[in-house]
Design a protein around this ligand. Sequence first.
Ligand SMILES: [Zn+2]
Length: 451
Amino acid sequence: MENLEKIVSFCKRKGFVFQSSDIYGGFGGFYDYGPLGVELKNNIKKSWWNYTVYKRANVVGLDSSIIMNPKIWEASGHTKTFSDPLAECKECHKRFRTDHLIKEQNCDEANLKCPNCKGLFMPSRQFNLMLRTYIGPVEDDASVAYLRPETAQAIFVNYRNILDTQRVKPPFGIAQIGKGFRNEITPGNFIFRTREFEQMELEFFVKPGEDEKFFEYWVNERMRWYVEVLGIKKENLRIAYQSKEDLAHYAKACGDIEYKFPIGWSEIEGIANRGDFDLTQHEKYSGVDLKYFDAESGESYLPYVIEPSCGVDRVVLALLCEAYTEIEGGRTTTTESAKEIETVLRLNKNLSPVKIAILPLVKNKEIITEKAKEIYNLLSSHFYCEYDEAGTIGRRYRRQDEIGTPYCITIDFDTVEKDNSVTVRDRDTMAQERIEIDNLIMYFYKQFNNL
Ligand SMILES: [Zn+2]
């Protein structure tokens, strides 16, 4: 487990994550995903969608708008209660989260000291985290709207449409991946707490009375995804159940899946039993009947909702922390690497940004580079590949190991003149295997099977 600063500088150096608006000095709480980061992130989302939607007959997808009717946020309680306690320093006027300061300084609110100037604080007040904007050509109170602080509400307000148009009945789920926005008082810890983030949320609608069973089911299913599909070590994950006092007003039960980050155990996903809070509220505020009518039993009811809600950016960070490995002196005993630190990104190969690197062994020999480009063209319509002919082969392997590329292919004279085969090298074992070009596509489909 490496410290966070190392991961941050690695991400920047290799093109995983940059601070937003970099040439303007950044913008607090916003980040951009570079060429490798976007691949990793897309692979995570693809994996979640496969696991949550495609592999289940009773889950369907949704992609809603980010800005919605502001009444939704009244109904959900966000306009009134979606806030954090804010402490403002009397001296320097810097602002902090009161609850974070209390935890850090281990004292009560009245005795808190400003971390910046040691000054005292004004009385704490609630600060609403929703980002406001105006819709239409007039900027007044009537045109205020919000960037959604979560994707969940969009699912609740589409629940009726989906019941009416799809062949679903409880228990069934609606899944959505999308951006959310929160005006965090103190964003921080790299991409862990940002003001713009991405969520993967499932709202699973069940018959009242079956909610506890399905809550437990989803806690287990979600854990299984992290361990069996993403390959995160079990000992780096845990479930923290919230006590009754800590529960949000809408929740009957909540379990947080936490990862052992360099900053300590922190939440990457929350699984909540929301009861019928949301549908009740939207029924009341919209005036639309949201009950489900079961034609078989003749019963009519508002379903209860189980919600596994996962932060994509936090999963990216957890996977990078998990995979980043430094090997002092390197894995080979060449003089070149004897005193260096070798970095290997041991990502699950299905999640790796680049899947295969194609490396011609002899530079400036046209028959070899031509063949290598041919192989690149063959494989790149199936897998994300990189072509690299610059530098010694040792350096090129190291570069690919560092960004987590699971396989390197080398092309040499034998390829062209003798056996029509290439050498495939494995990132983790460094074992090499000779594979015929005609069998390459099938060979790699066998290696990447498990998203
Ligand atoms: Zn201060």
